[in-house]
Design a protein around this ligand. Structure first.
Ligand SMILES: *[C@@H]1O[C@H](CO)[C@@H](O)[C@H](O)[C@H]1NC(C)=O
Ligand SMILES: *[C@@H]1O[C@H](CO)[C@@H](O)[C@H](O)[C@H]1NC(C)=O
Ligand SMILES: *[C@@H]1O[C@H](CO)[C@@H](O)[C@H](O)[C@H]1NC(C)=O
Ligand SMILES: *[C@@H]1O[C@H](CO)[C@@H](O)[C@H](O)[C@H]1NC(C)=O
Ligand SMILES: *[C@@H]1O[C@H](CO)[C@@H](O)[C@H](O)[C@H]1NC(C)=O
Length: 336
């Protein structure tokens, strides 16, 4: 059915009414169609009689991935169905083929949720969380919740084909004439952490020596290593990462607002060097190759260690290089 605007001149009051009703109907139909295609077919059978679990989404990609994975795993362990809020779906669904259905915001707003705060690693009480409408709070970064269903988590975080293809062809172009290259994704987290770590956590971010050691490990192990560096502090990286061998590529755009491209590049490499933060953690987890991480990056009396355990955050087979804490030890007036 088409409305021919050219006939508008001869339109009677009656046909205006017909057209308006048509538009009213059409718009309603359109809204339903958009909602369906946007939320996916799974959310069309939404019933408040069931048990509904969801998770409060936080702001950043890596944190959201953690919240999603924890929700997925804990709901499964407890035998309940998990749903995501539109805000979580918006960001994660743009990048990955996630499968959890979406709760329309209106429905979510009408529910009296049980707020349930998750600490930073798996704990026995999480095997038996009660409540019909449960909303998980907290942003753990720990494999302990979901590593037993790693394959399912990887399935959830499968990239959309266009993003995957773009990342792969980008990596392919970096290689140029070299054959049999090994891609090592390097994520250098800077930004706010540069001041948060020493000020609030009695800790440090990765320094130049850490990155040098980590890269040399891969240089010794592989014939043609190719380092793919992404960072939200690229200027620092260019100044501090030595590229005399010509095997380092500073490729990320560092845009914190649209992290998909940088994340996809890291996730399509063969191995990972991470520094700190959930973005690098998730890239390493998805890659599943060898991972080098910065460890012991806070003083032993850091308040951060109450909510963060190295062994709960990093997989046992990952390789930790301890941080040089001298910058914060100095600030403490020679303590230690
Ligand atoms: C929705 O419910 C109908 C009827 O119970 C069922 O046939 C259909 O498969 C359901 N759709 C989904 C996506 O679960
Ligand atoms: C689970 O928790 C409920 C109450 O919250 C309790 O009655 C029940 O015994 C617990 N089950 C297990 C297996 O711990
Ligand atoms: C490719 O590189 C890997 C790792 O450096 C090495 O084990 C393998 O023998 C190489 N293959 C060829 C064909 O050079
Ligand atoms: C390394 O990564 C590239 C790019 O994703 C991929 O084409 C290649 O198969 C990977 N190599 C190995 C040994 O997994
Ligand atoms: C980190 O510190 C702990 C406690 O001081 C120590 O036992 C551990 O060996 C350190 N880890 C590494 C990789 O050096």
């Amino acid at each position: 059915m088409k409305v021919h605007l050219s006939t508008m001149g001869t339109i009677s009051v009656m046909s205006i009414i017909v057209i308006f009703s048509y538009f009213y109907y059409f718009n309603k139909r359109l809204a339903v169609t958009l909602t369906r295609s946007y939320y996916g077919e799974r959310s069309t059978n939404f019933s408040l009689d069931t048990v509904i679990w969801t998770a409060h989404p936080s702001s950043r990609l890596g944190n959201k991935m953690g919240e999603y994975a924890v929700l997925y795993a804990l709901a499964k362990i407890n035998g309940h169905k998990a749903y995501v809020l539109p805000q979580m779906h918006n960001e994660l669904g743009k990048i990955f083929k996630i499968s959890l259905p979406v709760i329309p915001q209106k429905v979510a707003d009408s529910i009296n949720w049980r707020r349930y705060t998750i600490k930073d690693w798996m704990s026995p009480e999480y095997f038996n969380i009660s409540g019909q409408y449960v909303k998980l709070f907290g942003s753990p970064c720990s494999w302990t919740f979901y590593h037993h269903i790693r394959d399912e988590i990887l399935q959830e975080f499968t990239f959309h084909d266009s993003i995957k293809n773009e990342a792969n062809s980008y990596l392919e172009r970096l290689r140029r004439h070299k054959v049999n290259v090994t891609y090592i994704g390097v994520h250098v987290r800077r930004g706010d952490y540069v001041s948060v770590m020493p000020k609030e956590r009695k800790g440090v971010v990765a320094d130049k020596n850490y990155l040098q050691k980590a890269m040399d490990y891969f240089r010794q192990k592989y014939d043609n290593p190719l380092f793919v560096v992404t960072s939200n502090g690229m200027d620092w990286c260019k100044k501090n990462i030595k590229n005399s061998l010509g095997d380092v590529y500073f490729v990320g755009d560092g845009k914190e607002g649209s992290p998909a491209r940088d994340f996809a590049l890291l996730a399509h490499c063969n191995h990972t060097i991470m520094t700190i933060g959930t973005f690098g953690y998730w890239a390493a987890y998805l890659v599943g190759g060898e991972t080098i991480y910065l460890t012991n990056f806070t003083l032993p009396d850091s308040p951060y260690l109450k909510i963060f355990k190295y062994e709960a955050a990093f997989l046992p087979e990952w390789i930790g290089i301890p941080a040089d804490l001298s910058p914060v030890i100095g600030k403490q007036g020679g303590a230690l």
